[in-house]
Design a protein around this ligand. Structure first.
Ligand code: UD1
Length: 372
């Protein structure tokens, strides 16, 4: 029996862990999954609704950490997670993605000699001013097993000196959640609920500190949105951090003044998937949404200078546009004219079976160890 603590902390973790826990429950003779929620995200719209939408079992332990500076948040997760690991004595701790909870829990385990598996390993933006890049680099250095979503990630890890036997290319686990839920999501009446009458709309998300904490970049993006919203409505589910900085930067009047920019509360997984799967265009600075739009074949403009997910540009629908107003407008116009790049290619192993491959690898690793 393999006892595995699955760590969730922030919104982008839930859709990665849900299919893994579900797959473990389908192999009850081998896996005993536990779910630990650090509480990095705690609002109902940022956390609870995802448990419901994704059928993720309620956490066995909730650490209740909440918000804080990077140091305070990371330290609080570490302090509260350590006794859980000591009490539960898991065979593995599984962490996903690149949020503060990911590095905090991985660091606790490596110091206690407990094995850590990192799902979504090896992605690199090469931009060390992003907190997530530091979390990715450090987590990958200390994890025992690294599950990668794309071949570029394997290359990054090998170049950083990670031994090949620790790396397993398994594909993208978010796509397991997407494939499982797409039909159900499409059946929802999300557009009606939001009062969108026509079929044409764009979808926008923004939360990166480099975009929303800095007046200059936020204003460049808003100038582009003013032009794009004159062509079609833009639905903008606002992240709590962004809502706060809009007020702090004194941008409320300007944001509210953009006609047909529909500012709404953060959406749950299924409502967001409903909108993203039929949008004419998605504008985002998120990581996961670059991948979901590639899987869905929906044009995506990434409002960042770089991406840690280059396969979505090489094979998918993603265009990294940065925050230059003219460039954003030009690429959005191209997408709306139908002259954006088109693709029918899917990255390898984005097939809905990644969680099964992760479990196969954990089992294989355990049986190799037993033989030693
Ligand atoms: C975190 C992740 C980021 C991920 C994002 C998705 C890190 C370093 N960053 O960023 O990689 O893309 O989650 O959402 O881990 N807040 C609330 N309610 C919540 C959560 C946050 O109001 O449930 C507000 C708080 O004011 C908080 C701020 O949002 O201070 C930022 O939250 P935090 O968890 O520090 O980072 P995110 O910006 O959400």
């Amino acid at each position: 029996m393999l006892k595995v603590i699955n760590v969730v902390g922030a919104r982008p973790n839930f859709m990665k862990v849900a299919p893994i826990v579900a797959a473990m429950k389908r192999r009850p003779h081998i896996f005993q999954p536990l779910v630990v929620h650090t509480g990095q995200h705690y609002d109902s719209a940022m956390s609870d609704s995802f448990f419901h939408d994704l059928d993720l079992p309620q956490p066995d332990t909730h650490l209740g950490v909440g918000s804080g500076s990077h140091a305070a948040q990371t330290a609080a997760v570490m302090e509260r997670f350590e006794p859980v690991v000591l009490r539960e004595k898991p065979d593995w701790v599984l962490v996903v993605g690149d949020v503060n909870s990911t590095i905090a829990c991985a660091l606790v385990c490596v110091k206690l000699g407990v094995k850590v598996a990192h799902v979504e390993a090896g992605l690199r933006s090469r931009d060390r001013s992003m907190p997530e890049e530091i979390n990715r680099l450090l987590t990958d250095q200390i994890a025992d097993l690294l599950f990668t979503p794309s071949p570029d990630a394997d290359e990054n890890l090998l170049a950083e000196g990670i031994p090949r036997e620790r790396i397993r290319f398994v594909g993208n686990v978010m796509i397991d959640s997407l494939q499982k839920n797409l039909e159900h999501a499409r059946d929802r009446r999300t557009r009606e609920k939001l009062g969108l009458s026509g079929a044409d709309y764009a979808l926008l998300t923004l939360h990166r500190p480099s975009n929303v904490d800095l007046r200059e970049s936020f204003e460049r993006i808003l100038a582009a949105l003013e032009v794009i919203a004159s062509k079609l409505p833009i639905v903008f589910p606002v992240h709590p951090r962004t809502r706060k900085t809009i007020a702090e930067l004194g941008l409320t009047t300007r944001v509210n003044g953009i006609k047909d920019l529909r500012v709404v509360d953060p959406l749950g997984y299924l409502d967001f998937l409903n909108l993203s799967s039929s949008a004419r265009l998605v504008l985002t600075d998120s990581g996961g949404i670059q991948e979901e739009t590639t899987a869905l074949g929906i044009p995506c403009l990434t409002l960042r200078e770089n991406t840690e997910r280059p396969i979505t540009v090489e094979m998918g629908t993603n265009v990294v546009v940065g925050t230059d107003t003219t460039k954003i407008v030009a690429e959005a116009t191209a997408a709306l004219n139908g002259s954006a790049k088109k693709t029918t290619r899917q990255p390898p192993l984005w097939d809905g079976r990644t969680s099964e491959r992760i479990l196969d690898a954990l089992e294989e690793f355990a049986s190799l160890q037993n033989r030693r």
